[in-house]
Ligand binder design. Structure first.
Ligand SMILES: NC(=O)c1ccc[n+]([C@@H]2O[C@H](COP(=O)([O-])OP(=O)(O)OC[C@H]3O[C@@H](n4cnc5c(N)ncnc54)[C@H](OP(=O)(O)O)[C@@H]3O)[C@@H](O)[C@H]2O)c1
Length: 254
């Protein structure tokens, strides 16, 4: 029996990268994992990995940019399990044409809806269940772009991820009286498929030096498991070989 046996965790963006690693890590602790993303196939692959290791997983695909789809998945979770103990609010995206010179209203909408509105929809959908339980942990994947303003991630992503950080802290301010805890994780560069959308391609050697999905998945597992009387409010996880630092060191030498 694991420390999370009997708990239900809803993990978004669970078909790849950080979400997949978090789902597998939480399942190993005994939680039943509900997996969401737009594409069904990668979710089924994650579910198969979990089940092969003796865990429990349930695939619920959907586009989290659509509030109605989010409400439906949360209702399905409530109907089937009667609870939601952990939300890993992790789905997110970025676009190639991200700088102001190329950014279109449609691009801004996609990035803001895909990172911020979706996170609000999932939070709103699980809070009623968590209030009833007087217990629940929400873990949101923001980014270093949620604290630091730089040109790398683009203005829409930077603004949206700042919004995710702010959102998480307000949940603690209102819901602490209901036993609900909200944590925001701010990764630096992690070697996942999202990097394929970078305007400047990243080599395999560079990806090797970055944080890996499993590193962040294990942090999420840890954050989900701290005792109920404490909350990890905000945590940064970055590669030791931080390409931003290395670039400024090299500039300094020049
Ligand atoms: N990798 C990094 O360097 C890094 C750094 C900081 C923060 N992050 C954040 O980490 C989170 C996870 O990203 P990742 O790095 O693991 O990249 P990833 O492998 O691309 O994962 C993102 C996942 O989100 C899902 N998703 C995107 N939009 C969605 C939507 N509208 N509805 C449902 N699911 C959606 C995608 O699946 P579908 O396409 O099938 O929907 C995908 O599985 C994101 O929030 C990202 O912004 C990543």
């Amino acid at each position: 029996m694991g420390a999370l046996t009997g708990k239900v965790a809803w993990v978004t963006g669970a078909g790849s990268g950080i979400g997949q690693a978090a789902a597998i890590a939480l399942a190993k602790e005994g939680a039943t994992i509900v997996l969401t993303g737009r594409r069904k196939e990668p979710l089924q692959d994650t579910a198969a990995t979990i089940k092969k290791a003796g865990g429990k997983a349930d695939v619920k695909p959907g586009d989290l940019m659509k509030a109605a789809a989010v409400t439906k998945i949360a209702k399905d979770i409530e109907k089937k399990y009667g609870r939601c103990d952990i939300l890993v609010n992790n789905a997110g995206l970025n676009i190639l044409d991200r700088q102001w010179a190329k950014l279109t209203p449609a691009g801004a909408e996609e990035v803001i809806d895909g990172n911020l509105s979706s996170a609000f929809y999932c939070t709103s959908a699980v809070l009623p269940m968590m209030r009833k339980q007087k217990d629940g942990v929400l873990i949101h994947t923001s980014s270093m772009a949620g604290r630091n303003i730089s040109l790398l991630s683009g203005p829409a992503y930077t603004a949206a991820k700042h919004g995710v950080v702010a959102m998480s802290h307000t949940i603690n301010m209102e819901e602490c009286v209901n036993g609900i805890r909200s944590s925001v994780v701010l990764p630096g560069e992690v070697a996942t498929p999202i990097l394929d959308k970078r305007p400047v391609p990243i080599t395999a050697a560079e990806r090797k030096r970055m944080a890996q999905s499993e590193d962040v998945g294990d942090l999420i597992r840890y954050v989900a498991m701290v005792p109920a009387h404490i909350v990890i409010n905000e945590v940064w996880i970055t590669p030791t070989w931080n390409r931003g630092y290395v670039a400024s060191l090299n500039r300094g030498k020049g």
